[in-house]
Design a binder for this molecule. Sequence first.
Ligand code: TXA
Ligand code: MG
Length: 341
Amino acid sequence: METKRFTKTEIFKAAKLLQKGELIAFPTETVYGLGANALMAEAIKKVFAVKGRPSDNPLIVHVESFDQVKKYVSAIHPMTQQLVNAFWPGPLTLIFKTKANAFPKEVSAGLDTVSFRMPNHEATLALIQTAGVPLVGPSANTSGKPSPTTSEHVYHDLKGKIAGILEGGPTSIGVESTVLDLSDPLQPPMILRPGAVTKEQLEKELGIEVLVDKHLLKESEAPRSPGMKYKHYAPNTKVLMIHSDDWQKAVAWGNNHQLRIGVLSGPAIAEEVRASTAAVFMYANDSVQSATKGLFAGLRALDDPKLQLDIIFVQTFPEVGLGTAYMNRLKKSAGQKFFEK
Ligand code: TXA
Ligand code: MG
């Protein structure tokens, strides 16, 4: 199958293909999504097949308004409207109990809940409106690999397997949305996956303590979000996390072992180690925002077989605010491994 590249002026064509059950990847502010008609079981099955996604991992339904959500859910948490007003469109996915048979069973992987998100991207909101149906949208990568933050990443993973990609430039945030469980109206909201809408922001908005899935604090606890248990975001090259004070030691250790080292960091660290490593991918600046934006792109770039790297060293950040989401993804890509002196 030829994978077409659609521009914003061709949204109508892309929407027609979605209505017919074809797959079209779309841009969002977080990562690119693999779009399919959320009401069509055949289309959903293709999503799982094309990504190589385990069938017990439910999908996020992407909508163009909160009104579109209302017809599918059976109970609405009392804090919903406040969260929607504050954070939609945006990187916050909300989980609700759904009416029986609201979606084909593949969407929720057999759970009685479904997650919804309104992405903050003009072209994709127009795509959902034009298609006239909600769209599932898992990250548009091969399962297990770093998520795609450019249309080139999507093309690399899925060319020949999907009908098209809607072009939308590099994504602005770089990691997937915060997943928040609102499925029990009597319980406080619980974060199942950290993202750019932070715990701190949610608590400030709601004025209460927001819960965090035990799995996010302790890897050995079973996650409530099925997708969190799988190997994720991992390039083929081994990844090691380097605490800020350990860079000199880590580079010396790598060179002693004759490893070809790739470095993924902000400019401050990059300048310090550039001369003694094989390749550097530099974040735009030293902030956690630019690191989050560049993490997946950097892992993909340094995984290029032409570089022949043995190991990728990556900068860490404190686990507060956006640093929580950055470290959550980085730890998974590194199999939880830090350089230890
Ligand atoms: O930013 C994002 O959310 C991106 C863009 C494309 O919108 N999408 C995305 O989808 O990250 P995906 O499929 O790669 O991740 C969805 C996550 C998985 O960890 C899945 O297990 C969890 O959300 N999830 C979905 N529905 C759920 C449900 N009903 N209950 C618990 N977890 C759910
Ligand atoms: Mg994903």
